[in-house]
Design a protein around this ligand. Sequence first.
Ligand code: CA
Length: 735
Amino acid sequence: MSKHFVPVVWSSNRKVRLLLLAAIGLAFWADRGRAQPSGERVQSLDTAAIITPHSDDWPSYGLDYKEQRFSPLEQIDRSNVSSLGLAWHFDADYTRGIEATPIVVDGIMYVTGSWSVVYALDAKTGKLLWKFDPQVPKSVGASTCCDVVNRGVAVYEGKVIFGALDTRLFALDAKTGAKLWETLTADRTKGDYTMTGAPRVANGRVFIGNGGAEFGVRGYVSAYAAESGELLWRFFTVPGNPADAPEDELHARAAKTWQGEWWKNGGGGTVWDSIVYDSELDRLYIGTGNGSPWNRRQRGSGGGDNLFVSSVIALEPATGKYIWHYQEVPGETWDYTATQTIMLAEMPWQGSARKVLWHAPKNGFFYIIDRTNGKLLSAEPYSKQNWAKGYDLETGRPIFNPDADWTQTDKPVTVIPGHGGAHNWHPMAYSPQTRFVYIPEQEYPIQFQRRAHSGVHHNVFNVGTQLVAATPDSPLLLEAFTHETFKGALLAWDPFAQRVAFRVQHPSVGNGGILATAGGLVFQGIEGTASLDAYDAKNGEKLWSFDTQETPVAPAVSYVVDGEQYIAIGVGRGGTVGLFAASDRPLPASGRFMAWKLGGKATLPAPSVPVSYGDPPPPSDQQREAAARGEETFRAMCVRCHGLKGASNRRVPDLRRLPRAYYDMFESVVLDGAADAAGMPGFGHVLSREQVADIKAYVLVEAEIDRNLRAQPKWWVDLKLSFYRLFAKVVAPLM
Ligand code: CA
């Protein structure tokens, strides 16, 4: 099969040219350690700007209804952050990803870990007060795109309200953790609905959506009575089957932007993250997800806009009635969700103060939208992108780059950003002191390649799309190219000047959400170093770093108990999302919550999960021949949890390094669900015995490559990796 992921120059008959390229690359090697950030644009402090009322708590998801994630607390500041020390840590029940924003009310922290378990902790000591495990069936993990995560609870009038992965919505007694009510929010027989988002609550109404646009579902948002769990209203983001119950006028209008039988695969538009209540205008803004499946021509687009995928929609909170929408990417076909942080603000615009919302979704543009009427005021790229040439502000529509449309060719097309987005769910933050929005930004180019697709893709990840075209045989070369191709940064964006203020380049993609504080600080979890770092909000200078042993991808929060300010975060990197993520670092025994204060003296126990290398059998000659077929199926079915080459980051087992017994029972695990209880369900309904044999063959070939690499002296492997990185540094920008 072709090896498109790495340019075609990497073929055996062109090695000489390669060496020349690498030698040229040596010239670039000298400046590889040159420090970012630049920090040349430092603004005067404007503390008179909008700051939330002084509060000791972190009472709701984005701190308050504006969701700016700016803590007004200032005990911890630029001058003393170096003496920030660990106050406590709490070990959660599971090892998988933690994405929750901790909610802190009256000295109690309410958080969710992986598998939707809720913990109430003493926010001063980390002591467990109660926990509630909704007992989500582990098989649900198979229909999550991006690990068994949860972004947190809402606390409202003595209740803790949260959504479990299997789409049940719960209200618990905040004092005891006792269940008050429970309601099912989606029919999982109609598609692989999941729920990872944090509910928002206002005026007695709980607002929640769901995920699943990678698995063929129809998106919607619902409102429930906080008191009883009764369903109050539901708003569908895409039209349903016209043959079913008659739709309202709005959805009939939306249906005209679709063709064919789009409802068979749901259509997508899932409201899986941002839902923001506007207390000034009494409105709800929701961000909608990508179309389902990704290839718009396979979901009956016919070139239409496919309303309302990839949009921001304003609704009446009392009724769910539509007010306005703004579609960021008409006819979306790159997994460009518009679900990322919606932040409410006020700003001067052409001479008058405007109520606006700020939005930096996956597609790489920063939008300023008038929230009174949904009119686009500005859309400027905050990150590298090649799908649009800009926006026509008159029509509010993007000017598409036709070269980025991969749906009309059989060739792979490199699009930046790819499905990982220039900014994913990791929340951004705004500081009214610096007037910068801090975005966990990334360079995430992906090759999209269309595949044949017919029928319904229940429980199958995005049929109709090849996510990445191919990978090189050498794990070292793949690591080098992953490192050079996928990049992450702390980006300070000036929404007033609509330009980048500064960028702090991180070692890797996949960094955490952001907290800004009145102490002039910005906090972010860093992948690659597995640390929580603090930066000067004015210029990005790194002022503090703490080794958290695993990357905190969640955003930090801040609160005060007994006169002391704390910084707290959940730590759990979770499963991989398709990239090469092999790690030879020991890991903590579970996901964790951690809190720091000035002069904190607590320490973490040493990581207790060592690297193990398993005992894979060598592949037979027949298996070597089947491996290429297996790789194709592996990419379509397994890669999103197990990573390229099966080399996950070990929170999901590294398939190259399992004990021998697992290879002996490979078929019963993959087909029949023998490891279902551990979170690996059977795929017998979508995979044939022959396909599973091919996958096994591929895994054994990768295991052999891994074993051979480990048999080589470390100095030699390190030297080769340095060489490949040089090569990738030269070649990756040309791809
Ligand atoms: Ca998606």
